[in-house]
Structures are given as C-alpha cells and as structure tokens.
Design a protein around this ligand. Structure first.
Ligand SMILES: Nc1ncnc2c1ncn2[C@@H]1O[C@H](COP(=O)(O)OP(=O)(O)OP(=O)(O)O)[C@@H](O)[C@H]1O
Ligand SMILES: Cc1ncc(COP(=O)(O)O)c(N)n1
Length: 266
C-alpha cells in the first residue's frame, strides 16, 4: 500500500490549461501529491487573456466541499480565483466546517492579460474573513496594494505592507516580486515570529509566465502537506518556478504556460 499526501485546490479552470486549477494539478502531480478540486468557475481563456467567466454558485461549492472532505484525507488546501461574494461566502463556510490543517490563500485578483477576476465586495470579504483562516497568503505586488489600500513604491512600503496584511489575520505573508523591476525577482516572506526573509532569483526575460502565481502557491501547498516549514520550502519553490519558466515550452501565444514536466523525467 502506498500512502500519498492529499490536497485540494479551490480555484477556477483555465480553458487554455496554463493557470488556475490546471496549473495547480500539474504542479501537484509533479511534486507527487494527490489533488482534489473544488471548482469556483470556468473560464474561456487563452494566453492572450480571459474572454468569459462562468462562476459556480455557493450551493455547488458547498456540495463539492462535502463530497471531497467526506472521502479524502485532505491535509492542505489552497484557494485561487474566486469570482463573487456569494462564492467567497461558500468557500469560507466550507473551510470553517472542514478546517484543513494547512491553508494557502492565493488572492488572485487580476489575470496576466489584465482582466479583473474578483469584485470589490468579494475582496473585502476575503480580507475580513478568509485571511484570518490562512496559514499563508501570497499576494503579488498589485494584490498587496489592493489589500492595504496604498502603493508599494520602495522597500519601506513593501515591508509595511507585509505587516499590514499580517494584521488582517493571515499568519504568514509572502509578497511576490514577479511584477517588479530589476535584474532580480525578490519575494518577501513575513513569518508569525515577525522575521522577514527574502528570496531572490534571476529575472527571466520572457513573457511566457502564465500561471506562475498558481504554480508557486501549489508547490508550497504540496510541501506544507508533506510537513515541511515555509523556511524549508521557499528556496526549493523559487528554484522550481525558475526552472519551469526557463525550460520554455512553445504552447500558444502571448503569456504562454510554464513547463510543469521539469524534474519528472530528468
Ligand atoms: N520573470 C520571472 N523570472 C523569474 N521568476 C519569476 C518571474 N516572474 C515571476 N517569477 C516568480 O514566480 C512566482 C510568482 O510571482 P508573480 O509575482 O508573477 O505572481 P503572480 O502575479 O501571482 O503570478 P500570476 O501573474 O501568474 O498570477 C514568484 O516566486 C516570482 O518570484
Ligand atoms: C482560472 C484562473 N485562475 C488564476 C489565474 C491567474 O493566473 P495568471 O495571472 O498567470 O494568468 C487565471 N488566469 N485563471
């Protein structure tokens, strides 16, 4: 008998396969954890942008929670794109009912092509009620600005944002630097003990970064399910994402998808 960590992603499906649940499941498979899915919506989407969204409703989200959690032994969960207030309520209700040991909240708000994936009321609910359930929240620079209500213009304002987002209730906060400038991509991690660590990688000069946020947060979720700490996980997560970006696969146009086969057959 083989036992394998079981996780669930609560997110949307990307018809082009590069982001959302599709990226999550490929990452989970790569890292050898078994993944269930709670679908928050379908997107008609490609590497140019999001053309249409069909959200699932609160009842159906709760039905999926019951189906998944009454059967599988879920040790970690992550949330990705959530599209409206009612379904954020459903996700919060489901998480409060089943209390997964680890919860990573990836507050997906804007897709690479610029499409807004989340309403303003839903953002408030995420801040007020979802973040306090999170072990880790992983905003990019723009999402951190939306959460705090002020702009990140320098390292000082970035450090303030880390602390202000932690005050919203998330135990640990990771602000990702993919959308920044400069030769290095620097991610900042604030832990519960108040310490801040930075993780640098070479900025890869490519547009083909569809699903980087999903891939990073699912990598972290997989390793939390394996019992590792965020300090242990982060250097390996950065190495994985850099490799998945740099070993480009030529699929589609625009912001093409990552290579989720890295390390599998090496
Ligand atoms: N050009 C790049 N080169 C190297 N690493 C990158 C690059 N872009 C993003 N990353 C890494 O990918 C991860 C995701 O960062 P990013 O800031 O792109 O998140 P995100 O905006 O949520 O992603 P997405 O746009 O897919 O939603 C981070 O660890 C970041 O350091
Ligand atoms: C269903 C879904 N979830 C998340 C994203 C964000 O990913 P990206 O910003 O890389 O396009 C997306 N585009 N689609």
């Amino acid at each position: 008998m083989i036992t394998i960590p079981q996780v669930v992603t609560i997110a949307g499906i990307d018809s082009s396969g590069g982001a959302g649940i599709n990226a999550d499941m490929k990452t989970f498979h790569n890292q050898k954890v078994c993944s269930a899915t709670i679908v928050t919506g379908l997107t008609a989407q490609n590497n140019y942008g999001v053309q249409k969204i069909l959200p699932t409703n609160k009842d159906f989200i709760l039905a999926q929670f019951d189906s998944v959690f009454s059967d599988l032994e879920i040790s970690a969960a992550k949330t990705g794109a959530l599209f409206d207030t009612a379904q954020v309520e459903g996700v919060i209700q489901g998480l409060k009912k089943y209390k997964p040991k680890h919860l990573v909240v990836d507050p997906v708000m804007v897709a690479k092509g610029g499409a807004i994936l989340l309403t303003k009321e839903a953002i408030d609910l995420i801040k007020d009620e979802l973040l306090p359930l999170a072990e880790l929240v992983t905003p990019n620079l723009e999402e951190a600005e939306v959460m705090t209500g002020y702009q990140i213009t320098d390292e000082n304002s970035l450090l303030n944002s880390l602390h202000d987002i932690q005050k919203l209730g998330a135990k640990n906060v990771l602000i990702k630097g993919g959308h920044g400038q400069g030769e290095l991509v620097r991610d900042y991690l604030l832990l519960t003990d108040g310490s801040v660590s930075t993780y640098d990688s070479k900025r890869l000069l490519t547009e083909r970064t569809h699903g980087t946020g999903d891939t990073l947060s699912s990598y972290i979720t997989a390793h939390l399910a394996m019992g590792e700490s965020l300090r242990e996980i982060m250097p390996n997560a950065k190495a994985f994402i850099s490799e998945a970006i740099s070993k480009t696969i030529m699929v589609g146009h625009g912001h093409g998808p990552l290579n989720h086969w890295v390390n599998i057959n090496d």
